[in-house]
Ligand binder design. Sequence first.
Ligand SMILES: Nc1ncnc2c1ncn2[C@@H]1O[C@H](COP(=O)(O)OP(=O)(O)OP(=O)(O)O)[C@@H](O)[C@H]1O
Ligand SMILES: [Mg+2]
Length: 422
Amino acid sequence: MEKSELIDELLRDLKKQKLEKNFPQFKLRFNPFPLAGLPRFPLPPLDLEIVDKIRHFVVSTYSEGEYGGLTIVGDYGMGKTHLLRFIQSLIEGLTKKAQKEKMDFSAVTCFIDRPEDSPQRVVHKIIEDIGYDKIRKYVWKIVIEKLGNEPTSFREKYKPKQIQLGSAENWLQLFEEPTRSNYLTFLSRFRKLNGDLKLLQENVREIIKQEIVLDSALADRYLDLILFAEEKVAESSWEILAGYVSKKDIQKKEIMFLNSIVKILKKVGFKHLYVFVDEFEDIGKLSSAKRTNYLLTLITLINKERRWSVIVSLIRDVLEEEIKKQPPLYDRLTTTMIDLKPLNEKKAKRLLASYLNVSRTEESESTFPFSEDSVKKMAKISEGNYRSFLVLAYNSLEIALREKARNINPEIVERARELRGT
Ligand SMILES: Nc1ncnc2c1ncn2[C@@H]1O[C@H](COP(=O)(O)OP(=O)(O)OP(=O)(O)O)[C@@H](O)[C@H]1O
Ligand SMILES: [Mg+2]
């Protein structure tokens, strides 16, 4: 077939697909299953036991203000990433709702796809995931609160010596909204008033040292991040902060770095930091010396900073063979442990209903259009693996929609398996 012909065919398929997707034969709005078996919706775990563990973990770490480690183990495709994402969205949802209802729960989460090759990079990833703009905003919030303690004497301190520019009112406006919360507007107005920028810089550095981190080099980095945001466009925020960690004293600096982030978050009202690290088994790929150093540094980080928690996922072998060799780290990572088991028939049905409910107008426990026998067959073919099971479900539903079948039977499941070529 010519390429142009194939393109025409594909376009026809796509058009048909659209029409058929609207076909209400199964009372579904769309095919809810993940085409490639990757996490799509943050649906809850199927086991009550897992739900209980998560509840206990979140409540205890948050209310005690203590470090906690949660480890999720499971084979490929068993739902590790899914569960990490679910817990993350739970904590974020909780923070939003608590804020609305004026309850005490305020936490920050960040998600790291893999452990990187050193804890130093993990610390950088944390900042990257929270977002430089947010960090800037937070640091500024801390600074402006201090600067604005005595707004009237501010003018006396910073106004130009010779020429008298700007009325007292103009100076006071620096501490009013929207200027107050926007450091860029604040700085540009401050410049227009010919304020003493050098003095401001010195005092802001002092505030950062008092409020966030005593270390001068790191305080300067935070200062650069806010005060010179306009001039340093060429130098990315990443370089400004990343430049802090040098080869010397690396462990001590990482700890200070992490402490300073937690302190910033705490000062602006967040009480706990939850760091998610997926595919933690990758540390098994590091050279032996690097790995030992990594694990030891991680223990130190955990010991020195209490207002954070770490949630990792990995396959069981690496947990047993690598992490167990470092008992202190093993203990810290596994204050709570979740072991993801293959689907059985009962859970497979609940999983199907869970997805179908995303797409149907009325919630129910039914697995329609999947027949009882087809569920059994899918569970068997996939050997209880979530990813294989869901890809089969996706393809079976596509076939059934295309052929306008009345329901999904084992024969359609068989063809779905062939479609995938497994
Ligand atoms: N409780 C659940 N509810 C709905 N879907 C789930 C659930 N658990 C897992 N899944 C789905 O199963 C599929 C496989 O899960 P996931 O990608 O999380 O596995 P994994 O263990 O991270 O695999 P890998 O080791 O290959 O990274 C995803 O589509 C995910 O959304
Ligand atoms: Mg995964």
